[in-house]
Design a protein around this ligand. Structure first.
Ligand SMILES: *Cc1c(COP(=O)(O)O)cnc(C)c1O
Length: 429
């Protein structure tokens, strides 16, 4: 019988994360501080210290603490790989399609993979609580769950417009016992100032980052970061390391690896363990495709340069493909793709032609996601669904060349809390 689902037993949860820095084709351009050290100092004050060290580490494998592995188990790891046979047939039978199913974790996305170690290392520093920002709430709910599992309080600064317009993940954050406030909030001086100017201020991720970082600094907490930086992606390689074992278990080797890029963490988390091995051998034979939203076209129209990672200009600048920190994204439903830049590690690989970028528009993506759900039963998150048009293009290429391909996808999350977005875009009555 052909395998539809490939599982790993719990004891096979990886014991080490993979750090791609020593295997990159050239050294990663370092963060720079245009404010004479002020930004770097803030970073040192608010970010947990071990993850900050990992950010510059040349160690290839870093041990996952048992306390973290234990909680990986508790939230549903290892996640399965699923083969999407009916979708393969729908695309003409030219592709074998495997998905690494991060939606099988309790908060429904890959984000717990890093939330758990971030909270662990914050506590190692003696933090009284953790803070973070969130847009639609995927990251906020992951941090809330991680904090609950370690018995510590989390403060989540949620973009005010999303707080009111998208309450479902806010409720999830509240269920996990975290405090979630609309940002701008009255918890920080910056927030109070903005609220005084406009009591209905819609907020932004940049403002929420500023509030979360300053609140942590002023009250003895630590601030945790959900994507973009190398440490966060390294934490998320737990998924790719599992996937490598799973593919080996069935004797398969992907020709192509695809994922969607918000900041780059689910993509890097899946692809880096595969790509790292190829970089070490000196030959990259697989294709690595990073997809994104046409409405926020950083992977196809971004410029590779130093830019601010946050609109508040609080954090050191990073060299990355960016459409500009001041870019105001249109209100697309894939909230996780609204970020303006691509992780520096992935950007470097894009600049060398090792990773290719492709963008797709929202209507196309949702229509394909609906078809996918009808055929496979699984409703992808709007972000995740941005891989589907790339699959169609690959099937067409394979047909033209008369050569079958095996594809591994980062299935970053499920869309069961995003059904309202499906209804809006597909105009359900
Ligand atoms: C947040 C999110 C993304 C984008 O973030 P990355 O850091 O690029 O992974 C993609 N998919 C889902 C389901 C998300 O929640």
């Amino acid at each position: 019988m052909e395998r539809r689902r490939i599982d790993l037993p719990e004891e096979e949860i990886p014991e080490y994360w993979y750090n791609i820095l020593p295997d990159l084709p050239e050294p990663l351009p370092p963060p720079i501080d245009p404010d004479n050290g002020r930004r770097l100092k803030l970073l040192q004050e608010v970010i947990p210290s071990r993850p900050l060290q990992f950010e510059f580490s040349s160690e290839r494998f870093i041990k996952i603490p048992e306390e973290v592995r234990e909680r990986y188990k508790q939230v549903g790891r290892p996640t399965p790989i699923i083969r999407f046979k009916r979708y393969e047939e729908y695309l003409g039978g030219w592709l074998k399609i495997y998905g690494k199913m991060e939606g099988y974790t309790y908060t429904g996305s890959h984000k717990v993979n890093s939330a758990i170690p971030w909270v662990y290392y914050a506590l190692e520093d003696g933090a009284g609580f953790v803070t973070t920002e969130t847009g639609a709430g995927q990251w906020g709910s992951a941090v809330a769950l991680a904090a609950a599992l370690f018995g510590v309080k989390a403060y989540v600064f949620m973009v005010r417009a999303s707080y009111f317009a998208k309450p479902l993940r806010r409720y999830l954050i509240q269920i996990y016992g975290a405090r979630v406030v609309p940002s701008p909030s009255d918890l920080t001086e910056f927030g109070r100032k903005l609220l005084a100017e406009n009591p209905n201020h819609p907020g932004s991720l940049g403002i929420a980052i500023t509030e979360a970082a300053t609140y942590a600094r002023e009250h003895g907490g630590k601030y945790v970061v959900g994507s973009v930086i190398n440490t966060d992606i390294m934490f998320k390689t737990v998924a790719g390391l599992e996937a490598k074992k799973q593919m080996e278990l069935i004797g398969e080797d992907p020709d192509v690896i695809i994922g969607v890029i918000g900041g780059g963490s689910n993509w890097g988390g899946l692809a880096f363990p595969f790509l790292g091995e190829e970089l070490r051998s000196g030959k990259v034979k697989r294709r690595y495709i990073a997809t994104g939203a046409l409405e926020v076209p950083k992977v196809t129209k971004g410029v590779y340069k130093y830019d601010d990672p946050d609109t508040g200009r609080l954090l050191p600048q990073l060299k990355m493909y960016t459409i500009g920190a001041d870019f105001i994204p249109p209100p697309i439903y894939a909230g996780g793709l609204r970020y303006h830049g691509v992780a520096p590690t992935i950007s470097l690989l894009m600049s060398k032609g090792i990773v290719e970028g492709r963008d797709y528009d929202q209507e196309t993506v949702f229509a394909m996601a609906q078809k996918f759900a009808e055929l496979e039963g699984y409703v992808p998150a709007p972000e995740t669904a941005h891989v589907l048009p790339a699959l169609k293009e690959l099937a067409e290429e394979a047909k033209k060349e008369g050569r079958k391909m095996t594809v591994l996808i980062s299935f970053s999350g499920h869309g069961l809390l995003d059904l309202g977005n499906y209804a809006d875009v597909l105009k359900f009555g």
